[in-house]
Write a protein that binds this ligand. Structure first.
Ligand SMILES: [Zn+2]
Length: 59
């Protein structure tokens, strides 16, 4: 038993999260007003920013 085992479990969680984020990245656009770190929420035919309220129609 070692403390490194605990750390490994935590990093595995991160991997799963990052993989999920990678999938979403394909469709998610970043907000032109807030910058690259803020992603637009995907709706049926538009995307919107939860931070500044910017929205964009998808064609
Ligand atoms: Zn924004």
């Amino acid at each position: 038993m070692s403390r490194t085992d605990d750390k490994k479990k935590k990093s595995k969680k991160w991997e799963a999260y990052e993989a999920k984020g990678g999938e979403l990245k394909r469709t998610k656009k970043s907000c032109p007003k807030c910058g690259g770190g803020v992603f637009l929420a995907q709706h049926k035919n538009r995307v919107s920013c939860g931070k500044c309220g910017y929205s964009e129609k998808l064609s």
